[in-house]
Design a protein around this ligand. Structure first.
Ligand SMILES: Nc1ncnc2c1ncn2[C@@H]1O[C@H](COP(=O)(O)OP(=O)(O)OP(=O)(O)O)[C@@H](O)[C@H]1O
Length: 262
């Protein structure tokens, strides 16, 4: 059973412990990335990198700025700094253009369409594959892959998404994102509201996806579970980068707590 973090009032500075070095050749690189909502700065400038084939966890208590970091990468909020993906600078305030480069977000709360069927939701995810026969072939191939990862979706193709369990809805949200042919997958708290067993099942599948070569950024409250999968972890606190952790050196809950309560 995994332990979720509590939400401590932590100081954003002077966090002890290791700082893991980044990848030699990052596929995604944010430099001096900051974000604000109106006049409120929600994320202080930070550097963030994901290497080819890496799974990077983003950890921190409620309100730390984890979702904001993902939104800033997508250009969904006002940002400062620069984000590059596969060597090209991504446009700001144009999330559709960013997604069409293969930077695909599975949002917090899943964002699936409840009244639509599983099949219709998956079809919507395939928008980026375009029209025509070739894309239909690509779509079918991706669909078979999604069914391999999540056999339950195949069993429930005609069911409305809103009538499925929370875990099944999360599988659908990930399946829909995979239909968009991502080159990197960003997930915002896929375990939210799910039982530990279902969470483990979903995180395990993310591990399979990552090992197939897909880079993953995983925002997660269940830090111990995320650290089992991650190559590196960025710890945020009060809208600042508090530490970059090497999961091999931070495994026990006690060790993790020192970063939260420092
Ligand atoms: N739309 C918004 N308008 C104004 N402030 C916002 C908005 N969304 C988030 N914030 C603020 O930005 C800060 C960071 O929020 P964010 O959602 O990124 O945190 P989080 O680490 O993802 O938290 P949680 O784990 O609770 O989802 C918080 O102080 C939050 O209140």
């Amino acid at each position: 059973m995994t332990a979720a973090f509590r939400s401590p009032a932590v100081s954003p500075v002077a966090v002890p412990g290791p700082s893991a070095s980044g990848p030699a050749a990052p596929v995604l690189a944010a430099k001096g990335l900051s974000a604000r909502y109106g006049q409120v700065q929600a994320l202080a400038p930070l550097d963030f990198e994901v290497g080819s084939g890496e799974l990077v966890a983003v950890l921190g208590p409620n309100g730390a700025g984890k979702s904001t970091l993902l939104r800033a990468i997508l250009g969904l909020v006002a940002t400062g700094g620069e984000v590059s993906f596969q060597g090209t600078v991504l446009p700001r305030r144009n999330p559709a253009a960013v997604a069409s480069r293969g930077v695909v977000l599975v949002p917090e709360g899943r964002g699936i369409f409840g009244p639509m069927t599983v099949a219709e939701n998956l079809e919507l995810g395939a928008w980026s594959l375009g029209g025509g026969r070739r894309s239909r072939v690509a779509q079918e191939r991706r669909l078979s892959w999604v069914f391999e990862l999540f056999p339950r979706l195949k069993e429930r193709l005609g069911q409305t998404a809103g009538s499925m369990s929370g875990g099944e809805q999360q599988m659908l949200a990930i399946g829909r994102a995979l239909m968009a042919d991502p080159k990197i997958l960003l997930l915002d708290e896929p375990s939210l509201g799910l039982a530990p067993r279902v969470t483990e099942e979903i995180l395990e599948t993310l591990g399979v996806l990552n090992r197939s070569g897909l880079p993953v950024v995983l925002v997660e409250q269940r830090a111990p579970s995320a650290l089992k999968l991650a190559n590196r972890a960025y710890l945020l606190s009060l809208g600042r980068l508090a530490a970059v952790l090497d999961p091999r050196e931070v495994q026990s809950h006690d060790q993790l707590a020192q970063y939260y309560f420092a």
